[in-house]
Design a protein around this ligand. Sequence first.
Ligand code: IPE
Ligand code: IPE
Ligand code: MG
Length: 228
Amino acid sequence: MDKNKTPLHIGLIMDGNGRWAKKRLMPRSYGHNAGMNAMIKIAEHAKMRGVKYLTVYTLSTENLNRPQEELDGLYGLFRKYFNKNIQKLYKSGAGVKVIGDISVLPDDVQNLLADGEKNSPENSGFTLIFAINYGARSEILRAVNLAIEKGEKLDKGAFDSLLYTDGIPDPDLIIRTGGEMRLSNFLMYQAAYAELYFTDVLFPDFGKAELDKAIEEYSKRERRFGKI
Ligand code: IPE
Ligand code: IPE
Ligand code: MG
């Protein structure tokens, strides 16, 4: 396998949990739980495939308008992941990072996420990035306001360092499950030259073979970056 054909950074829009549950006549929370299990397996497989960064779209700024009951269920899943599953990730030498405005989450969840980042191994070869209460528009506005506070004109490098993704290379491949063909406010600035891959597979059904298929498709794309 040609290493250059492996995306360094994959962005994953994990959509379709609710519909997956509905098909089984189960509550949406059942779908989110299945989605978390799928995410854990995908992260392991991405690491195994040589991917260095995987950004999982976990909660958008717009998702915060969902019923409180659904949000509470999602916070419960964050607690479970960051209390329990994260140890396995650390043991494998991988780390986590969180992007987004987590200040609106319950205090204990904020603390867990902060600890999760703090306890990550240094120089890890794989980073799992959770986008939580993340929205590209808020991210860009936040950076602009920080720039205004600095009171000086910025070049691209200086602007990039004001984004949540400071230090993280742009995504090479963005995958969206669940059949919709849109970005829904995910990494809009960083995805300027990302290859886009859409699949109808609902996220809880998105397994290793599905990720392999997306990487295979990516490896066949010709990335020109505006050149000829
Ligand atoms: C994605 O699945 C997970 C989150 C947005 C938290 P959805 O909950 O959007 O599932 P569908 O799109 O309703 O099936
Ligand atoms: C995008 O899914 C957000 C996440 C996967 C976290 P949504 O289900 O919220 O997106 P829309 O509403 O269909 O655009
Ligand atoms: Mg959805």
